[in-house]
Design a binder for this molecule. Sequence first.
Ligand code: FES
Length: 110
Amino acid sequence: MKPEWKTICKVSDIPVLGARVVARGDAVPVAIFRNSEDKVFALLDKCPHKGGPLSQGIVFGERVACPLHNWQIELHNGCAVSPDEGCTQRFAVRVENGEVALDLSELYGE
Ligand code: FES
């Protein structure tokens, strides 16, 4: 299905090495991360371990450390770094002219 991009914020609205949370009504929010190279990633704000809020973790390289038990999660696919196991949902992100957009159907679908 063709993505239906919705602008969420500017890259500069996301703290460097941090995240911004996108609320989705009753659904688990999505966390949009920005790393030191201004790359932007989006994951479900829920650690694959015990559901910790990844948006409150620290970003380094292309990973985020969960604030609860320090699992390392790969930002590009939402999967835990070995020896830990499990993945959280990742969301497609488009960055254009310094603006971050997410796919509406992915955000609010299902
Ligand atoms: S809940 Fe994330 S490491 Fe335990």
